[in-house]
Design a protein around this ligand. Structure first.
Ligand SMILES: Nc1ncnc2c1ncn2[C@@H]1O[C@H](COP(=O)(O)OP(=O)(O)OP(=O)(O)O)[C@@H](O)[C@H]1O
Length: 247
């Protein structure tokens, strides 16, 4: 689905990505993990050419994005959705209009836009929130709107840049479930950049560990399942008392 060959990216004298090659199979949930500054976001942003490599190739669905004209690149990007740590919703637009923007930009037929928006909101469980504004939503709900927006144009790949890093453990699980569902039901290939090992372990089928802009190791992985953390006060107290010596 995605094949990257010998990518290099420098910022001035600094090499952010050095000689990275990897192959992401169709239908995978592919994790990229590494320390802060390892180059994870830079690598992800090169998968839709938000960041242009200095050299190397980026094939998505058998098309080398680095060779496309801007017009063809815009077309290719319709099949590559993206979500971000801080959601990037438009504050003065309703949930419905935030999702509809993606359809407008993709010149989706006007008459079918509303029903497509509703379908996507239903999929992420937010059909009742269509007329709310982003400020009225929780972090998990905002991320689900962003997922609905990314899904609207039927992408074959979803790039996720630290999708749960602003969320608490409970909403992290909700968002991971939605991502896993998208992967299973629609066969969308998912690439997740995260510094949270628990996130990577829970759903990823393949993982690349990045270190200082280079691949340290790539492994196939058996997803261990999404943990649902307790949210009751009794659970918090129980966890706090665990390991505490009796007075
Ligand atoms: N536009 C830029 N100009 C200059 N340096 C940059 C730019 N973007 C990224 N870098 C540098 O490239 C390196 C890799 O950045 P990147 O954001 O890809 O790392 P990361 O692994 O995603 O880190 P984090 O987990 O902290 O987000 C960092 O040292 C960063 O400072």
């Amino acid at each position: 689905m995605i094949a990257i060959h010998q990518l290099h990216k420098r910022y001035g004298e600094f090499s952010a990505i050095q000689d990275v090659s990897l192959s992401i199979p169709s239908g995978a949930i592919y994790g990229i993990i590494g320390a802060s500054g390892a180059g994870k976001s830079t690598l992800l942003r090169m998968m839709n050419l938000l960041e242009r490599p200095d050299s190397g190739t980026v094939y998505v669905a058998d098309q080398d994005l680095t060779q496309l004209s801007s017009r063809d690149l815009r077309k290719a990007r319709k099949s590559i959705g993206m979500i971000f740590q801080h959601f990037h919703l438009v504050a003065n637009k309703t949930v419905r209009d935030n999702v509809r923007v993606a359809l407008e930009l993709a010149s989706y037929p006007k008459a079918q836009q509303l029903s497509r928006v509703e379908e996507c909101l239903r999929f992420v469980g937010l059909e009742d929130m269509a007329l709310k504004y982003p400020a009225e939503l929780s972090g998990g709900q905002k991320q689900r709107v962003a997922i609905a927006r990314a899904l609207a144009t039927n992408p074959s790949v979803l790039l996720c840049d630290e999708p749960t890093s602003s969320l608490d453990p409970q909403t992290t699980s909700e968002v991971l479930r939605v991502l896993q569902d998208i992967n299973e039901r629609f066969g969308i290939t998912i690439v997740i950049v995260s510094h949270e090992m628990a996130v990577i372990k829970s759903i990823c089928t393949h993982v690349t560990v990045l270190e200082q802009g280079r691949i340290y190791e790539t492994l196939t992985h058996t997803p261990q399942g999404i943990q649902s953390p307790g949210t009751s006060s009794a659970y918090f107290v129980e966890q706090l008392k665990e390991g505490t010596a009796d007075a």
